[in-house]
Write a protein that binds this ligand. Structure first.
Ligand SMILES: Cc1cc2nc3c(=O)[nH]c(=O)nc-3n(C[C@H](O)[C@H](O)[C@H](O)COP(=O)(O)OP(=O)(O)OC[C@H]3O[C@@H](n4cnc5c(N)ncnc54)[C@H](O)[C@@H]3O)c2cc1C
Length: 392
C-alpha cells in the first residue's frame, strides 16, 4: 500500500460498478463541485436546499434515473441510485432530501401507482419540478406505526383526511406527499386498516406546521404537516386500500439500504479526513499520526469501516438480484450506523480543538451522524426484527 492514496487505503474498491456507472459518478461529481459544494455552507445557514438546485439536479438527469423510458427516464439500475446517494452524502447529510425523493419516495409511485398516477407525477419528480415527501411519523407514533391516528375516511368518491405528521423530511418544500393514514381505524390487527395517499400540497385543508430546528442536517428541511378535512380524490389512493402497511414493508428494504449507504459514506469520510489531519498536525515534534494511540485508534476504525463496506456491498448486490434481506439489512442498519456514530467523537478527538470548530467538517459529521441510528427504523427496532428472525 506504499503508493496508495489515503482514500484508497480507507475505502475498498466497489467492484460491481461498471464504466457506465463510473461515468455517471464523474459527471455527478463535476456537477456537484460547481453547483453544490460552493453553496452548501450557505444552505446549511439558511436551513434549506433551494428549489433551484433541485431543478438543476433534475435537468442534468441525476434525479430518479431509474424511472422507465415510457415515463421519460433511462431505466437505470439501483447502482445509479447508490451513486447519487453516496455523492450527495459525501458533501453533507443536509442534501439527503434529494436521496429520499429519488431513491425512496418516488419508487412508491412507480411500484404501487396506477398508470394515470405514474404519467401524472413521474416526469415532474424526475425533472425536479415536483419535490416529494413521505409522511408516516406522528407526534404520538413513530416506531409503532400501526398506532397512527391520522384517518382517511371514504366520503363518496373521495377520502376525508384528518391528522398531523411530524419530522417530515422535505416537509416545507414538498409538492406531493405520500401520506400514511387509517382508512379503517377499527381494523384488527390495526396495521390492516392502513392505506397510502398521494396528497398534493395545494389541496385545501393541507398546511405546513413548524419548520423544525434540528441539531444537525441543517439544510434539510424537516417539518410538521397538518391535514384538516382534506378531500383527497379516490384516484389518489396509492396502492390498495388496507394494504398500505404491506406496501411500506416492501419498500423498507431499499430505504434501509440507502440509509446504510449514507452511514457508510459518513464513516469513510470521517476516516479519510482524520487520516489526512493526523499526518499534517504536529505535536512534540512529530505528526500526531506517529503516536501509537492515534495509530491504534485509526487502525481499529479502518477495520470497522472495511467490515462495513464489505457487508454493505454484499447487500447491495443481493438486493439488486431481488433477494429478501430483512434480517441482514436490519443487521447492517444498526451495526454500520452505530459504527459511524461511535467514530464521530473519536475522529473529533484526534482533531483536537480544531475538531470542535465549525470550519472543520468533522464537527458537522459529529452532529449529523446521530440521526442515522434513529430514523429509517430505529436501531432498537432493527434488533427486534433480528431477534424475531432468530426465532426469539
Ligand atoms: C431528521 C429526521 C428526519 C425524519 N424524516 C422522516 C420522514 O421523512 N418521514 C417520516 O415519516 N418520519 C421521519 N422521521 C421520523 C423517524 O422515522 C422517527 O423519529 C423514528 O421512526 C422513531 O420514532 P419516534 O421518534 O416516534 O421514537 P419512538 O418510537 O417514540 O422511540 C423512542 C425510543 O424508544 C425505542 N423503542 C421504541 N419501540 C421500541 C421497542 N419495541 N423495543 C425497544 N425500543 C423501542 C426507540 O428505538 C427509541 O430509542 C424523521 C426523523 C428525524 C429525526
Amino acid at each position: 500500500m506504499k503508493n496508495a492514496t489515503v482514500k484508497e487505503a480507507a475505502i475498498s474498491k466497489q467492484s460491481y460498478f461498471t464504466e457506465e456507472h463510473q461515468m455517471f459518478r464523474d459527471a455527478l461529481r463535476k456537477f456537484l463541485e460547481k453547483e453544490a459544494i460552493p453553496y452548501f455552507e450557505q444552505w446549511e445557514e439558511e436551513g434549506l436546499v433551494p428549489r433551484s438546485f433541485w431543478k438543476k439536479v433534475g435537468e442534468n438527469g441525476f434525479l430518479c434515473s431509474w424511472i422507465g423510458e415510457e415515463y421519460g427516464g433511462i431505466g437505470a439500475d439501483f447502482l445509479f441510485t447508490v451513486i447519487l446517494n453516496e455523492e450527495l452524502c459525501r458533501i453533507g447529510f443536509g442534501l439527503g432530501g434529494l436521496d429520499l425523493h429519488s431513491g425512496i419516495v418516488v419508487p412508491y409511485i412507480n411500484n404501487f401507482g396506477t398508470e394515470e398516477q405514474k404519467r401524472r407525477y413521474l416526469p415532474g419528480c424526475m425533472s425536479g419540478d415536483i419535490i416529494t415527501a413521505i409522511a408516516m411519523t406522528e407526534p404520538g407514533a413513530g416506531s409503532d406505526l400501526a398506532s397512527i391516528r391520522t384517518t382517511a375516511i371514504k366520503d363518496g368518491d373521495s377520502y376525508l383526511l384528518n391528522g398531523q405528521k411530524t419530522f417530515i423530511s422535505n416537509g416545507i418544500q414538498s409538492d406531493l406527499v405520500v401520506v400514511v393514514a387509517k382508512t379503517n381505524p377499527k381494523a384488527v390487527p390495526a396495521h390492516k386498516g392502513i392505506s397510502l395517499f398521494l396528497v398534493e400540497s395545494d389541496m385545501p385543508g393541507f398546511s405546513r406546521g413548524r419548520k423544525l430546528k434540528k441539531i444537525g442536517l441543517h439544510s434539510q428541511d424537516t417539518a410538521e404537516l397538518v391535514f384538516e378535512n382534506v378531500k383527497v380524490p379516490a384516484a389518489n389512493l396509492l396502492g390498495e386500500e388496507g394494504n398500505g402497511f404491506y406496501h411500506l414493508m416492501k419498500e423498507l428494504q431499499q430505504e434501509r439500504i440507502l440509509s446504510v449507504v449514507g452511514a457508510q459514506v459518513a464513516a469513510e469520510e470521517m476516516l479519510r479526513m482524520t487520516i489526512e489531519y493526523v499526518k499534517e498536525r504536529e505535536a512534540f515534534g512529530l505528526p500526531i499520526g506517529k503516536f501509537q494511540n492515534t495509530q491504534f485508534k485509526l487502525a481499529e476504525m479502518a477495520t470497522h469501516v472495511q467490515i462495513g463496506r464489505t457487508f454493505l456491498d454484499d447487500l447491495i448486490v443481493k438486493h439488486m438480484s431481488g433477494e429478501e434481506l430483512q434480517k441482514e439489512v436490519s443487521m447492517a442498519k444498526w451495526w454500520i450506523s452505530d459504527n459511524a456514530r461511535k467514530m464521530a467523537p473519536e475522529c473529533m478527538q484526534l482533531h483536537g480543538g480544531y475538531g470542535y470548530m465549525e470550519e472543520y467538517k468533522i464537527a458537522r459529521w459529529y452532529r449529523d451522524i446521530a440521526v442515522v441510528p434513529i430514523y429509517a427504523g430505529s436501531n432498537e427496532i432493527m434488533k427486534t426484527i433480528i431477534a424475531k428472525k432468530l426465532g426469539l
